[in-house]
Design a protein around this ligand. Structure first.
Ligand code: SF4
Length: 592
């Protein structure tokens, strides 16, 4: 029989499944193999999903299952889409009514199927959508948009919004994800838009692919210039090549060009960039100010229109925003809501990799344990401090029978931490240090590990004086920064900016601090060595050396070579390291 859920259109023989492995031909009837089974059910705010021009700041109930109808390399949700065992005890079984009841109990305005694709759990989502609509809730999803005409038509009466991720506008873009071509995607955007469903579109911006983004912007503009386009600056995780990552400035340039075609274009994965805000398409007045809120997410910080006002406060232009701005703000718990959840699972995987755990079954067992025992909240606390971090490593060591490896890793780390702490304790004048992610005004949250590393290495974190909160931080003003006058600035190794661009940003923003005048702004020499995996020990050594070159002298490449050989059994090659917390190298393979 032919599956009509998505346009891959599998022919499924009796008792077999299609390409996604989610549906079985059961005596001529298509049956969902894992119905009503969720990996995530938790509240989330609209901008975290993200939707930008739809019920700003409103609280929705996120539901995510497992699996995907696509198989794309470099997927940021790969752990959810491909890796979680469908029989895992971490999964929750809930009827559609139980899901809806939870949304009502949590005072959500609606339900949103996010992170993996609803086409992988089509019948489950359809039933939840019907039940939610009956009880007055909004319903939406993010999807690759590969609905057949039949499934789009069946689902659309229950759908209020959809965020469609566009891979590109060539058949080759879709073939690389296991799909035959791109045609169904613009067709479905047009269809949902014509049915009055709020549509936003999202696309990746990879280095050197400006034309692709512009082509997508132009295709959307042909449908409606009011459809918001979310440009996701590419973060190379999974097995992606780090050279595909554009700088924030390059992505800001393409956003500016796309704004010539569309009224609302947003730039994600670019902390501190104004590209995440909403401006009036006619006069440029700031309407919604947002913060970066983890990969693929944002947080509404300030609205310059209230309630269900639509007019630009300066020129009166009628903005295309659906729904009123919620007066209350919902802050997700640590690692909850959208993609930060997948980063949490990656952090666990990254820790396991360093104690030699490479098999999927053990990794899945540790995820399972963490998801069941409120472990993600504990993990978030534990990774900010060495002693608790060492406890976490030992804990994962005992869960996987790798106690000696865990002990070896903690000893290696303790030895270096103690050496740095002992020498740093004798330093009388500790430089004022600012830790930033992306661009100069995005200050990392003051309790995060990176700021702890600064203090360990003999610096004084000014992020603590700025009392920055947020996830992973918040935007501060140039005035506040100038007043604290940091002598050194470190840029997070998760989202770096070329130093020339960084100095230009400082100049344009009027940041004249000591660190700028004395050219003491540092990127880390290796990606992802200050958070997210035990490789932060390399970041600590690098920070100590930059702060006090008279006391600390480390060859980071040589130290990385030792670390990689000892703990991953790999030769260190800088060109193989990307922004993944989980995988130390693109050559790292997990085993079945
Ligand atoms: S949903 Fe798509 S990938 Fe899965 S069986 Fe149906 S046609 Fe194939």
């Amino acid at each position: 029989m032919k599956c009509t859920i998505c346009e891959i259109g599998c022919s499924i023989p009796e008792s077999r499944t299609g390409a996604c492995g989610r549906y079985v031909n059961d005596r001529g009837r298509l049956r969902e193999l894992h119905p009503d089974t969720y990996l995530v059910v938790c509240p989330i705010s609209a901008e975290t999903m993200p939707v930008m021009n739809f019920h700003p700041r409103a609280k929705f109930l996120q539901i995510s299952t497992t699996g995907c109808n696509f198989d794309c390399s470099g997927c940021v949700a790969t752990v959810v889409a491909k890796d979680v065992d469908t029989d895992s005890k971490a999964l929750k079984r809930l009827t559609p009514q139980q899901v809806v009841q939870q949304a009502l109990d949590e005072e959500c305005v609606g339900i949103a199927f996010l992170m993996n694709d609803p086409l992988a759990s089509y019948y489950t989502f359809l039933e939840v959508a019907r039940t939610a609509k009956d009880q007055g809730l909004l319903v939406g999803c993010s999807s690759n948009g590969y609905f057949t005409a039949e499934s789009a038509n069946e689902l659309s009466p229950y759908l209020d919004f959809v965020n469609i991720g566009i891979k590109g506008l060539s058949d080759a873009d879709y073939k690389s994800c296991g799909a035959p071509g791109y045609a169904p995607v613009p067709r479905n955007i047009r269809y949902f838009h014509a049915r009055g469903i709020h549509v936003e579109a999202a696309c990746m911006h990879k280095k050197g692919e400006d034309d692709k983004v512009m082509e997508i912007a132009s295709t959307i503009a042909d449908i409606s210039s009011d459809i918001p386009l979310q440009i996701m600056r590419f973060i190379p995780v999974d097995d992606a090549d780090i050279n595909c990552e554009p700088s924030i400035r390059e992505s800001e340039d393409i956003q500016r060009k796309a704004l010539r075609l569309l009224n609302y274009v947003y730039l994600f994965n670019s902390p501190g960039s104004d590209g995440i805000n909403t401006y009036c398409p006619r006069c440029g007045q700031l309407v919604y100010e947002r913060d970066f809120y983890g990969p693929m997410g944002s947080k509404l910080r300030q609205s310059f229109i209230s309630g269900d006002e639509r007019q630009c406060p300066r020129c009166g232009y009628e903005l295309d925003i659906k729904g009123a701005v919620s007066s209350t703000r919902y802050d997700e718990k640590d690692f909850e809501g959208g993609y930060p959840f997948t980063r949490a699972l990656e952090i666990i995987e990254g820790t396991l990799a360093a104690i030699g755990v490479q098999d999927r079954r053990s990794i899945a067992r540790c995820w399972e344990y963490s998801l069941r025992e409120n472990g993600l909240q504990k993990l978030h606390g534990n990774i900010q401090n060495f002693e608790r971090y060492a406890d976490s490593i030992r804990h994962f060591g005992s869960l996987t029978g790798r106690e000696p490896a865990a002990e070896r890793l903690t000893s290696y780390m303790r030895e270096r931490v103690q050496d740095i702490r002992t020498k740093a304790a004798r330093i009388e004048t500790k430089p004022r240090v600012y830790y930033v992610m992306g661009t100069p005004l995005f200050a990392l949250e003051y309790e995060r590990l990176e700021n702890t590393l600064i203090e360990m290495a003999g610096g004084t974190s000014i992020n603590k004086a700025l009392a920055t909160t947020g996830r992973p931080g918040m935007k501060v003003t140039a005035e506040a920064l100038n007043a604290l006058d940091p002598e050194v600035i470190f840029i997070s190794s998760f989202m770096q900016t070329p130093l020339d661009d960084f100095y230009d940003y400082c100049d344009a923003l009027g940041i004249h601090v000591d660190a700028v005048r004395n050219r003491r702004i540092y990127n880390h020499p290796i990606p992802c060595i200050d958070f997210g995996s035990p490789r932060w020990i390399l970041g600590l050594m690098h920070i100590a050396q930059c702060l006090h070159p008279d006391i600390f002298s480390v060859d980071i490449d040589a130290e990385a070579a030792v670390f990689y050989r000892e703990f991953y059994g790999l030769e260190f090659r800088l060109e193989d390291v990307n922004r993944s917390f989980a995988r130390p190298s693109r050559r790292w393979r997990t085993l079945a």
